[in-house]
Design a protein around this ligand. Structure first.
Ligand code: BGP
Length: 472
């Protein structure tokens, strides 16, 4: 649809950016913090360890001041479960509580609304030892952790996100370093979807608890949503795209919003003999939970073509944005209409609008963009970083949000990845996303000095004009 006149961004739109604890904080075993699965995983070769990252733990005041200088209205960060509960359950670490109190208060000092992710890829190692999400007790562990968060921070945190990219934990957990498979597992798909089921129930219980303990707070899920296009208008390809849309996207939101499993996914699980076992009360738990909004990460769309052979050999999915397919259901397809980033992710700003339109049509809930962004090899030259490629990427995506608003979608905010350079999930700190450059490399920790990239100044202007001035 062409629009003759664009609607403005809402007055209280959350312009900000995102980070996650294990990727930005460093100090990963300091001040009483216990190890998470990220701290004990084998690192991909040549990538920075997680001891220092951007050292946000020690630089948070400077970092929040820089975010305030950009005019941030919101800062989306995650709380490290093991900073609060070093063993995942049991004793609370007062230094962990103090750190997040300080971080939250520092945001509020500048009128930056904290948007807190409760769980971002960092299961406590102590709980991994007890079977991780495979253990049904994980529902209780997460609910208990949620209670501690709401009790300690709920007086000031009004926006909560449950589990970051649960769909990626399920689809590419081994790439992100989160997947734990119990010895003797015979049917891996069944095992993974049982873990996924526990997460869905844990999330549902946390949402109900949030509404009970904090009646004026809002809570929602934060999956990675990428609309799936068919590779052609062949009817078989349309079916394949529907299959992958259901497996990648709708399963998670149908469960979170409608309290039930998507029927296409259920059929897929039946075919694989992989349906999760429901415990007592699970069905009710799913139905009782009602998110207030949908948080979602968008990087690019996917494309699928038919896979008409059960025995077709397909490689496993490469990462969050690179799907290879599932024999008999769909096959990943390289979209010839899209450019790619230096790291091989397709770039599709129009797909952002397509995704928003579809999301709003399906769920009719306000939408909060919790991630979007461009990973690139930035260069520091004479104290400057000329990242015009990032500005262009952000410009094109923000434009599409405005078009989607004009289409009638209710948008709460835009929090791209990332506020500041940090360590990527599996490609090191050389893959930079931030508005703020951090002087450090994969090979060795640098001065950690902060530099404002060109995108910093551009985003500042965008925020000051509430999205009216996107020029560059
Ligand atoms: C999302 C994750 C983030 C983040 C981002 C970029 O999937 O929620 O944690 O890292 O993608 O991905 P990567 O770090 O792999 O480049």
């Amino acid at each position: 649809m062409l629009h003759k006149k664009l609607k403005p961004f809402p007055k209280d739109f959350f312009w900000g950016a995102s980070t996650s604890a294990y990727q930005v904080e460093g100090a990963n075993l300091e001040d009483g913090k216990g190890p998470s699965c990220q701290d004990v995983k084998e690192l991909p070769p040549g990538t920075a360890d997680l001891k220092t990252c951007a050292d946000h733990y020690h630089h948070y005041k400077e970092d929040i001041a820089l975010m305030a200088e950009m005019g941030f209205k919101s800062y989306r960060f995650s709380i490290a479960w093991t900073r609060i509960l070093p063993n995942g359950t049991g004793e609370i670490n007062p230094q962990g509580i103090e750190f997040y109190n300080n971080l939250i208060n520092e945001c509020l000092k500048y009128n930056i609304t904290p948007i807190v992710t409760m769980f971002h890829f960092d299961m406590p190692d102590a709980l991994d030892q007890r079977g991780s999400w495979s253990n049904r007790d994980s529902i209780e562990w997460f609910e208990n952790y949620a209670k501690v968060l709401f009790a300690n921070f709920g007086d000031r945190v009004k926006y909560w996100l449950t589990i970051n990219e649960q769909n990626m934990l399920t689809l590419v957990g081994s790439v992100i370093g989160t997947l734990r498979v119990p010895e003797g597992t015979k049917n891996l798909t069944k095992e993974i979807y049982q873990q996924n089921h526990h997460q869905l129930v844990a999330q549902a219980k946390a949402m109900v608890l949030c509404h009970k303990m904090l009646p004026d707070a809002k809570i929602g899920p934060a999956p990675n949503i990428a609309f799936v296009y068919p590779a052609s208008c062949k009817p078989e390809d349309i079916l394949a795209a529907e299959n992958y849309n259901a497996i990648r996207n709708w399963l998670y939101l149908d469960a979170a919003v409608k309290g039930r499993y998507n029927n296409l996914v259920w059929a897929y699980l039946e075919e694989n003999d992989a349906c999760p076992v429901f415990g007592e009360g699970d069905e009710e738990a799913l139905q009782n939970a009602h998110p207030d909004f949908i948080g979602f990460n968008y990087y690019t769309t996917s494309t699928a073509e038919a896979s008409n052979d059960w025995n077709e050999e397909l490689e496993p999915n490469a990462d969050q944005q690179t799907a290879r397919g599932e024999a008999g259901f769909y096959k990943g397809f390289k979209n010839p209409n899209l450019m790619q980033t230096e790291f091989g992710w397709e770039i599709d700003p129009i797909g952002f609008r397509v995704t928003i339109r579809e999301l709003y049509d399906r769920y009719h809930l306000p939408l909060l963009v919790t991630e979007n962004g461009l990973g690139a090899y930035d260069k520091l030259e004479d104290g400057k970083i000329h990242d015009n490629y990032r500005i262009k990427y952000l410009y094109e995506h923000i434009k599409q949000i405005q078009l989607a608003i004009t289409d009638g979608a209710e948008m709460l905010g835009y929090n791209p990845w990332s506020a500041i350079d940090l360590v990527s999930t599996h490609e090191g700190i050389r893959k930079r996303y931030g508005f703020i450059y951090v002087d450090t490399t994969d090979e060795k920790v640098g001065s950690l000095e902060r530099y404002r990239k060109d995108s910093f100044f551009w985003y500042k202007k965008v925020i000051a004009s509430n999205g009216e001035d996107l020029s560059f």
